[in-house]
Write a protein that binds this ligand. Structure first.
Ligand code: TYM
Length: 335
């Protein structure tokens, strides 16, 4: 079992990334090691380039995201932690896979359609090709499992198609098919202002998202002002199917508390949001506060954080080299 996943260094880690992905990464680190497997997590700085970020900010974001991962519980002694740029094999394999992926497949990617919007002609080639680099990220390490939020599932299905076509076209059994793992309890965390949109770094309002660096007061204020409805909570989670905002807040509560959404509605059944929101705010502060404090401590020594990335990259490069070489050989490239 080899678990591989990544996160873009665009801005702060928010509750959506944390509950949808990073929390699973932390949990898997011990579980997978117990089964003799490996966990590998990286900062997808090359994917970060698909949105223009001023260079100085990019450098700072990469270090800050690394420190946030460590503060959130990723232990570089247990998991390999690095950034894509320090392992050039990601880009090299992506080019090889570009010749296997079909334009028709990329045209179906909903993230490209959403991000390019109406101006497709003006979108970068990098944004279009993004899922091929993502396939390279996981196939390079022969990942068996990839923990992600729901929004990345389509990209992983593409990675499986690319792996299958590569194995068939070049008559090899090189790439195992990576299995996407979407958290059952927090597949999608939605915006606190509009529960039809996912919580994201690009939400127009700061009130829409809780960042892991937010102060306790900001966290409490964001939950207090979160959009809800006037109804009390029902006695089963299923009854929230048509109440998107309420469902989102219960989902967040359950994921933060490591409980099922059903047990949370049972506890608050019959109560309104006047009672539920303060309990949620207290819970969020108790979980996120210590992460923020550890992050602040780690950022006092940025050189040490950068050194962790170098060490991680060295380990990742050793695992990447034989796969890249085998792919080149399968394609008849002279090395
Ligand atoms: P990114 O940086 O947008 O997000 C990192 C992880 O957080 C999940 N996520 C969410 N989950 C639930 N609710 C939300 N509101 C929410 N917002 C984000 C994402 O699904 C993701 O798992 N393309 C990837 C990074 C990447 C990658 C990879 C992932 C690059 N190469 C290879 C896995 C394997 C991305 O942009 O994630």
């Amino acid at each position: 079992m080899r678990v591989v996943s990544g996160i873009k260094p665009t801005g702060n880690l928010h509750l959506g990334n944390y509950l949808g992905a990073v929390k699973q990464w932390v949990r898997m680190q011990d579980e997978v090691a117990g089964q003799g497997g490996e966990t590998m997590y990286f900062i997808a700085d090359l994917h970060g380039l698909t949105e223009y970020i001023p260079p100085a900010e990019m450098t700072a974001n990469t270090l800050e995201m690394t420190a946030t991962m460590i503060a959130a519980g990723i232990d570089p002694a247990k998991s390999i932690l690095w950034n894509q740029t320090r392992v050039p094999a990601h880009s090299e394999l992506a080019w090889l896979l570009n010749n296997v992926a079909r334009v028709g497949w990329l045209n179906r990617m909903t993230q490209f359609k959403d991000k390019a919007g109406k101006d497709r002609e003006g979108a970068s080639a990098g944004l279009y090709d993004y899922p091929v680099l993502m396939a390279a990220d996981v196939l390079l390490y022969k990942a068996t499992h990839v923990p992600v939020g729901e929004d990345q599932k389509q990209h992983l299905e593409l990675a499986r198609d690319i792996a299958t076509k590569f194995n068939n076209d070049f008559e090899v059994d090189l790439f195992p098919l990576p299995e996407p793992m979407v958290s059952k309890d927090a597949p999608r965390i939605m915006s606190l202002r509009d529960a039809t949109a996912k919580m994201s770094k690009s939400n127009p309002s700061e009130m829409a998202r809780v960042n892991l660096v937010d102060s306790d007061d900001d966290i409490a204020a964001k939950f207090r002002k979160a959009k809800t409805d006037p109804e009390p909570l029902p006695d089963t989670f299923d009854k929230l199917a048509d109440r998107a905002e309420a469902k989102n807040l219960v989902t967040i509560f359950a994921a933060l508390a490591d409980r099922t959404p059903q047990s949370v509605v049972e506890e608050f059944a019959g109560q309104g949001f006047g009672a539920f929101k303060p309990a949620l705010a207290d819970l969020a502060v108790s979980v996120l506060g210590p992460i923020r404090e550890e992050l602040t401590r780690l950022l006092d020594d940025r050189a040490a954080v950068s050194a962790e990335l170098s060490r991680g990259a060295e380990k990742a490069a050793v695992l990447a080299a034989p796969t890249l070489r085998a792919a080149q050989q399968a394609m008849g490239l002279q090395i």
